[in-house]
Design a protein around this ligand. Structure first.
Ligand code: HQG
Length: 181
């Protein structure tokens, strides 16, 4: 991805996940917005983007953060929203036996008291492999990987979702399912 694409992608994350009103947009209850409206509003706020550029951002995004609907008339972020009212229509699915969560060492003490909380996001984010978890954790400081007994959680009635870009999501991970690796 070139620098311009990265910049456009970051701004898209901002408006499709956190602050659509920044450029006068409103997302529907599932997080979708009309592509035409998005391009118009971007232009109106000095962030001109062509349809080709938008398609380029969506297809080259390193984490597949965005999706178009089938006829490319609507777009949304796949996860990561901070808007509370959103219902992404995710289906509950059976998780693998073990999932991982990358975090920073400085959060450990607190996590081992209250479990994993969603903080400013809509869900707790879990990774299918340790490599991804490491990347997620290092964003916050000295990385630590937690092993999560996802199979046991599901067996105990806790629910998992799998987002379109492969992130595992759940509401809360109680301490009993967390093991420091
Ligand atoms: C921590 C990126 C203290 C939690 C990534 C994490 C991911 C606690 C931080 C996605 C805690 C929240 C999500 C507790 C949780 N006490 N700290 N009880 N419970 N925490 O960024 O999971 O670039 O909101 O461990 O790749 O790091 O946005 O969540 O360190 O997929 O697409 O509180 O964000 O993707 O941090 O990352 P975040 P995350 P995007």
């Amino acid at each position: 991805m070139n620098q311009k694409t990265v910049k456009q992608s970051k701004f898209l994350s901002l408006v499709l996940r956190h602050q659509p009103d920044k450029i006068g947009l409103t997302l529907d209850e599932a997080g979708w917005v009309s592509v035409g409206e998005l391009l118009t509003q971007l232009a109106a706020h000095g962030r001109n983007m062509s349809m080709e550029e938008l398609e380029h951002v969506v297809t080259t995004n390193d984490k597949q953060r965005f999706s178009f609907n089938a006829d490319k008339t609507r777009i949304r972020a796949n996860q990561g929203h901070s808007l509370r009212t959103l219902d992404l229509g995710l289906q509950a699915v059976e998780p693998p036996e073990i999932l991982y969560h990358g975090t920073a060492e400085r959060f450990l003490e607190s996590i081992l008291q209250t479990g994993l909380e969603k903080r400013s996001r809509q869900h707790v984010h879990l990774s299918a492999d340790t490599e991804t978890a490491h990347k997620v954790g290092i964003r916050h400081g000295k990385p630590v990987i937690l092993q999560i007994a996802a199979g046991r959680m599901q067996h105990d009635g806790l629910i998992f979702y799998h987002s379109a870009n492969g992130v595992w999501l759940t509401d809360h991970v109680p301490v009993t399912y967390v093991e420091v690796m």
